[in-house]
Design a protein around this ligand. Structure first.
Ligand SMILES: Nc1nc2c(ncn2[C@@H]2O[C@H](COP(=O)(O)OP(=O)(O)O)[C@@H](O)[C@H]2O)c(=O)[nH]1
Ligand SMILES: [Mg+2]
Length: 250
């Protein structure tokens, strides 16, 4: 049986671990993932004869290189390439969560959004138009209450269907000003020339223009370990990434 990997991402306190426990039934183990030896809680979940490995990423407010937690969550999404990144948002504080959502949507198109704590939102008289939000974000948006185990069947159905390739997404991508878009496009095609399309090239271009040196270093490491397998010409890539930072800011 093939196992699909689902990464739980979101701000701290949005109910990621509660959802993790509800899905996996607390049978958690800590797995070591490639790259840095980072231990992340993961557990298995079976639904309709399909096995999912759920990985509980550290809670973060953004996914830059501000902290070890941000790097861990970011590296997992970009380099481990989970089948789905499940974004857990707090329905009672959407404005805070959506910032992270926009960042994730720049990194991957395999995203499902959970509006968690929907019970709390209802109590507070907050009404969320999940369908409209889904149209805007270009990915499924599913109201749930992880603590009350509500909405988990609908969520599981979406996980299964997206893993089976039955749900296509059109993730919302931030548009920057004309000059930046030109720079992004130019750098993106250089990136594709060097490392192909294995990693999210537009997102990499944006991060590089922002001067994210730590990401440059991480990418060099990844390419270097791939190159040992003979797939990428590390020298050329390292040279290009070493010199492609400018001082623009997004
Ligand atoms: N009312 C309500 N509380 C929830 C729900 N899901 C999680 N919580 C609570 O929110 C708090 C944070 O949950 P936790 O899973 O630790 O969040 P994490 O930091 O994202 O892992 C805990 O007190 C949970 O019991 C929910 O659906 N409804
Ligand atoms: Mg947690």
């Amino acid at each position: 049986m093939r196992t699909f990997t689902i990464a739980l991402a979101g701000n701290p306190n949005t109910g990621k671990s509660t959802l993790f426990n509800a899905l996996t039934g607390l049978k958690q183990h800590t797995g070591n993932w490639s790259g840095k030896t980072v231990s992340l809680a993961s557990g298995y979940y079976e639904y309709k004869n399909t096995r999912f490995e759920i990985v509980d990423l550290p809670g973060t407010y953004s996914l830059f290189s501000n902290s070890a937690d941000e790097e861990i969550a970011r590296d997992f999404i970009v380099f481990e390439k989970p089948d789905i990144t499940l974004l857990v948002l707090d329905s009672t504080a959407l404005e805070r969560s959506l910032n992270l959502a926009l960042q994730v949507l720049e990194m991957t198109d395999r995203v499902i959004v959970c509006l968690n704590l929907i019970d709390e939102a209802k109590k507070k008289g907050i009404q969320i138009h999940a369908g409209k939000l889904s149209d805007k974000l270009g990915v499924p948006v599913i109201p749930i209450s992880a603590r009350n185990k509500e909405g988990l069947d609908v969520l599981s159905d979406h996980l299964l269907r997206m893993c089976m390739g039955q749900i296509q997404t059109t993730p919302y991508r931030m548009q920057y000003n004309e000059q930046l878009e030109m720079d992004i496009n130019r750098l993106e095609s250089e990136i594709i020339d060097i490392i192909g399309t294995d990693y999210p090239s537009r997102w990499l271009a944006i991060r590089f223009l922002d001067g994210d040196q730590k990401l440059v270093a991480t990418l060099k490491d990844r390419i270097s370990s791939q190159a040992k397998g003979g797939t990428v010409h590390y020298g050329a890539a390292a040279k290009a990434f070493g010199s492609s930072n400018s001082h623009h800011s997004c």
